[in-house]
Design a protein around this ligand. Structure first.
Ligand SMILES: NC(=O)c1ccc[n+]([C@@H]2O[C@H](COP(=O)([O-])OP(=O)(O)OC[C@H]3O[C@@H](n4cnc5c(N)ncnc54)[C@H](O)[C@@H]3O)[C@@H](O)[C@H]2O)c1
Length: 297
């Protein structure tokens, strides 16, 4: 495998393009937004420079990585000749189903179609193609160049051969692939989101404050970041939507999102991206300040 196409050049797409290009693959990075593509190239350049400064890659590797990436706004043109497509477009079911229908038409019969979705069923995405055996989840973690895990998700019809190809490929990207089956939330979010939800319930019920909850989990469980800070970082709207997927998918009330989380999202307090969540974010400052609403007198 030599040529890969990445669809979507946002937070995840630029990282995915970065790791493939750094490891010698030709990458066609596709986005409907030209601005997003330019921004992605800038981010990749900056992140590769940081790796050169740290001595983890050479200047020559950086140069080759940049040369390996081409950007394009036309999907049909971008996926031509790709042996693998990794879709990392906006998390929206209808959008992804349309993208996979198109990919099935544009790509050669042998092309593997992977998705980086956090929560949408791989089997559902595969169902709109005529190659369900070659559709698979390749769930990278954010930030992609740094995080080692790739959750490799087998859809109901994904073959052993395709799964092995993606497991081996992930290892070649210097990642650690873990194979899981396609059920709501896969493994990562099925475990992470209830923990975050429980942390929000603990705050909602007055068991403890924001700092206290995060400190317990950081110092007591050796988590690098507390669950409330992590929720802000992921985006409270994203957490809420994944909890809805778990709740509907399993029909089990234990996944029902905490009313405080629902309220915060409705109020537009979505975490880092809106500068307000459990913590207050001031652009340019790294200081962690609890939002006024949750401050104790
Ligand atoms: N952000 C995370 O922490 C994270 C972690 C793991 C997985 N994911 C998943 O990765 C995917 C992308 O998330 P993100 O955070 O990078 O989103 P993002 O909003 O940063 O980027 C999405 C990009 O997709 C582009 N796009 C939309 N429709 C498109 C189309 N039809 N064709 C091509 N490009 C299109 C948008 O212009 C945008 O640049 C989602 O499925 C998300 O669930 C996100």
């Amino acid at each position: 495998m030599n040529k890969v196409a990445v669809i979507g050049s946002g937070a995840m797409g630029n990282g995915i393009a970065h790791v493939f290009a750094q490891n010698g693959y030709k990458v066609s990075l596709i986005d409907i937004s030209e601005d997003a593509l330019k921004k992605a190239l800038n981010t990749i350049d900056k992140n590769l420079s940081r790796q050169v400064e740290k001595g983890t890659i050479t200047g020559d590797t950086k140069l080759k990585a940049i040369q390996n990436i081409s950007i394009v706004t036309n999907t049909e043109q971008g996926v031509k000749d790709a042996e693998l497509v990794v879709e990392a477009a906006t998390e929206n079911v209808d959008l992804k189903l349309k993208i996979f229908q198109d990919l099935d038409k544009y790509c050669s019969q042998s092309t593997i179609l992977a998705t980086n979705t956090s929560s949408i069923s791989i089997t559902r995405i595969a169902s709109v193609t005529k190659r369900a055996d070659k559709v698979i989840g390749m769930h990278f973690m954010n930030p992609v160049p740094i995080m080692k895990l790739v959750e490799v998700i087998r859809g109901y019809s994904t073959t052993d051969e395709v799964t092995k190809t993606i497991m081996d490929l992930s290892a070649k990207l210097d990642k650690v692939p873990v194979e899981v089956n396609d059920y709501p939330g896969f493994v990562a979010n099925r475990i992470l989101m209830p923990m975050i939800n429980e942390a929000i319930y603990s705050l909602y019920e007055g068991v403890a404050g924001v700092n206290e909850i995060d400190t317990v989990m950081k110092l007591g469980m050796a988590h690098p970041m507390g669950p409330l800070q992590l929720a802000d970082f992921i985006g409270l709207d994203v957490c809420l939507s994944i909890l809805h997927v778990l709740h509907e998918g399993f029909g089990n009330p234990k996944y029902a999102p905490c009313p405080l989380l629902v309220n915060m999202v409705q109020a537009g307090h979505k975490g880092v991206k809106s500068n307000a969540g459990f913590y207050k974010y001031t652009p340019g400052s790294k200081e962690l300040v609890v939002s006024e609403r949750f401050r104790k007198n």
